[in-house]
Ligand binder design. Sequence first.
Ligand code: FES
Ligand code: FES
Length: 162
Amino acid sequence: MSAPSTAIILTVNGEKVRETVEARTTLVDFLREGLGLTGSHVGCEHGFCGACTVRLDGAIVRGCLTLAVQCDGARVDTIEGVSDSGEIGDLQEAFQRRNALQCGYCTPGMLLTAQELLAQGGVPSREAIREHISGNYCRCTGYHAIVDAVESVARARAGGKS
Ligand code: FES
Ligand code: FES
């Protein structure tokens, strides 16, 4: 017997989506398996690692701790959307230039989290950058290069040199 389903309407990366989901379906599973947006990753599935980070009505959330049905009427932005729009082009370029990714598993969530901080404007301290990304685990880089990349983009956006 199949589980009861609920119809939801939401906007994903600027496009209206109408789908039917089971009450237990998480947002990240809905995005990946329902919409084929596999840029959001699934790591711990318990809210610890940040691999599933997406934006919900402008604020980053854990896609593994958010149910798809909770997103009825909401706006969801994934790494595909912010990448295609060019919003984080400079940040992606900085990650590449500064070797801030290796396997890339954490990278979509890390980019969305870093962009949330950068969108506040100004040049945050390295401590503030570390604090802001502290909920996003990276098993590869040791974080130093990620902080370098985020800091360089903050300086560039503020009008300084990267
Ligand atoms: S998969 Fe969601 S926080 Fe780890
Ligand atoms: S680059 Fe591999 S987990 Fe961060």
